[in-house]
Write a protein that binds this ligand. Structure first.
Ligand code: FAD
Length: 447
């Protein structure tokens, strides 16, 4: 250690969606805050996750939508222009703008380097020693790489390489039928890559309602993605120009790229001082996101719900708690959107989860054709909505939607769940004609 410890009221570790919101607000409330970042200021989301993936999905989304509209030619895709726009959206993987902004906030000190927390109230970064009253851990995750025979970590693509790709591979195997694998498979296929998606379970999005998975199977087929379920990779052999992937079924797939989208590993090394509980690699927190006295955790590291909006929400809960405002985090109405075309969205509990909690469950579904809005988009569009109601309380506890922009209108159901709006009120709800929100009105009236 070079010098005497520097003291801050709060030290935040990580500047992703979890960490970055916290520092300016605490500083505005008069706290001295140090923020430590090991890689790019902004974390995973703007550079290698949400933003580039949604940017890369949009061109083929538009193309698919155009194909349904009478009298409209299907637009051509221009990869170099798409790549330039992606580079603009991910700032060319340059965090100078974000770092200047965060480091320039009055009361915030931005420190580059990897932090460790040897004990509560003490943080080490490089040759600096910091002391603090509170430390907020927002260190996120990195891609989990499965331990497969023959797999060379340096040669496979994770979300980082596949969102910053400069050329589209001719062919690829994507491991993992969760949201990341589905989005990647769809945009690669949209750019002409011959794509195979491997999912170990018997259906993609295995944690969601089976109806949702059925829609996903159909949309993958429509986009030319080959889906193999109930199997995974038995062996990998890298060779000049590509990789041979042997599935557990014994099929050999010779492709240019192997892409791993098989979950995330918490970045926890050196960040668990005495008193912090870790389960399955995640820091356990209470309703205020407190991990121990003076230690807080927000974002993916908590393992509660791996989304940017949840990381930001948990950050707001910690801010309020530290500033003496009473607040408890609840996660009953957090939307989960897969930005494929059509979009696949869910919120709250599945019917099975509601039954496990002892609820008196009623479910109902409605096809996308239940609103006139659908045919104004074109003919033959597939999708629908579903809801799970707790009959004894007369409230909606879960919902899903598949359709154009479903990631937008799932929020009607999310708010109904969050506010526990009585079913009778929802049945009296008058949505605008013709909109996709009419599906919710019709669905709730049928329950
Ligand atoms: C391909 C992909 C697409 C996604 N799309 C969406 C989406 O559309 N919508 C959505 O809501 N979510 C999406 N997500 C999830 C979203 O990216 C994460 O939930 C979000 O980034 C989590 O924020 P975080 O602050 O917890 O962690 P991160 O964003 O991972 O940030 C953590 C930061 O902490 C730093 N750090 C770690 N350890 C240390 C240390 N010891 N010292 C100093 N710094 C450290 C890291 O360098 C990193 O910058 C996507 C994820 C992926 C992979």
């Amino acid at each position: 250690m070079s010098t005497a410890p520097e003291h801050f009221d709060v030290v935040v570790i990580g500047t992703g969606p979890g960490g970055r919101a916290v520092a300016p607000e605490l500083a505005a409330a008069g706290r001295s805050v140090a923020v430590i970042e090991d890689e790019l200021v902004g974390g995973e989301c703007p550079f290698w996750a949400c933003i580039p993936s949604k940017t890369l999905l949009r061109p083929s989304q538009l193309r698919t939508q155009a194909a349904h509209v009478a009298g409209v030619s299907v637009p051509e895709l221009d990869w170099s222009a798409i790549r330039d726009y992606r580079d603009y959206m991910n700032s060319g993987l340059n965090d100078a703008g974000k770092a200047d902004w965060l480091g320039g906030v009055d009361g915030v000190t931005l420190i580059r380097g990897r932090a460790s927390v040897p004990e509560r109230g003490r943080v080490l970064v490089g040759d600096r020693e910091l002391t603090c009253d509170d430390v907020i851990i927002a260190s996120g995750t990195h891609p989990a790489i499965p331990d497969l025979p023959g797999l060379d970590r340096e040669q496979v693509w994770t979300n980082r390489e596949v969102t910053s790709l400069s050329e589209v591979p001719a062919s690829a195997v994507v491991i993992g039928g969760g949201p990341v694998g589905l989005e990647v498979a769809q945009y690669l296929a949209g750019f002409g890559c011959e794509t195979t998606l491997l999912e170990r379970s018997d259906r993609p999005l295995v944690r969601e309602e089976p109806e949702l998975s059925a829609h996903v199977v159909r949309l993958l087929e429509e986009h030319g993605v080959r889906l193999m379920t109930g199997t995974s990779v038995a062996e990998v052999r890298h060779h000049d120009g590509g990789v041979e992937v042997t599935t557990e079924d014994g099929e050999r797939l010779d492709v240019e790229r192997l892409i791993v989208a098989a979950g995330r590993s918490p970045r926890i090394d050196g960040l668990t001082p005495d008193g912090v509980t870790v389960e399955h690699g995640h820091i356990q927190v209470d309703g205020q996101c407190r991990a121990a006295d003076g230690v807080w955790a927000v974002g993916d590291i908590t393992g509660i719900a791996p989304f940017t909006h949840v990381a930001g929400y948990q950050g707001r809960v910690v801010i309020d708690t530290l500033l003496g405002r009473e607040r408890t985090a609840t996660y009953d109405a957090v939307p989960r959107v897969v930005f494929t075309e059509p979009e696949v969205a869910a919120v709250g509990l599945t019917a099975a989860q509601a039954r496990e909690r002892g609820m008196d469950v009623a479910t109902e579904t409605l096809a996308l054709s239940g609103t006139d809005r659908t045919e104004t988009y074109g003919r033959g569009l597939q999708g629908g909505v579903g809801a799970v109601v707790d009959r004894s309380r007369g409230v909606v506890v879960g919902a899903w939607a598949v359709g154009p922009e479903a990631g937008e209108w799932i929020h009607t159901a999310a708010l109904a769940i969050k506010a526990e709006i009585p079913l009778a009120t929802l049945q009296d709800f008058v949505p605008q004609f013709p909109t996709f929100n009419e599906l919710w009105g019709a669905l709730w009236r049928s329950m």
